[in-house]
Design a protein around this ligand. Sequence first.
Ligand code: HEM
Length: 204
Amino acid sequence: MPIVLSPKTLLWMKAGLHLICIIPVLLLIVDVSTGRAGGDPVQYIIHFTGIGALNCLLATLLVSPMAKILKFAGLMKVRRLLGLYVFFYACLHLAAFISFDLLFDWSLFFDEVVSRPYILIGMINWLLLLALSITSLMSIRAKMGKQWQRLHNSIYLIALLTLWHFYWSIKSGGAEVAMYLAVILLLFLLREKSVQKKLIKVMN
Ligand code: HEM
């Protein structure tokens, strides 16, 4: 049986998601202002916001397969909200890097983009997220027709670029990146129609 979403439940779902996405930012502010952000607060903020963007990205990718498997089409109504939080965290991440790390030295920023491949990938990723956020407006979506879906399919590319950026940014190890890669591959698998059909069968 398909799950039907009433306007009131949708409102509560959206309010809950706003809280889930905003509370970590408030906790970050508390940590930094009370000296609980470790010996290098700038690195702490960059790490926290980068991981925040990645986690929101995973949640966004989960929405469409879950809507199909659970026969809960109403879930799709919260996908845009989650997608915009990916961009929100990516903006905080970029702002922390430019302000706290580079102290608004724009020539140094352009040097970093050109000379450090992982920063260049981060920048390309941010620009893609900017394009998706702007075109997520209903008025623009309607005008774009089929091109909209093609552009928004780049969310998969963004997920892989984020992992690449993450992997290149770390100095050692890679267990966390490997874990995220496994989750992303699982999410890609969940988008396969044959996998969805099997899961629907198991659940019925
Ligand atoms: C806009 C351009 C971007 C710049 C300049 C940038 C810069 C950085 C820097 C400086 C680091 C920390 C490297 C270190 O540990 O020394 C980092 C890590 C990271 N970034 Fe970005 N980034 C950008 C875009 C993005 C985007 C769009 C995402 C996600 C959608 C992202 C996700 C991450 C993640 C997950 C990490 C690893 C966190 C960690 O363990 O430190 N970044 N980035």
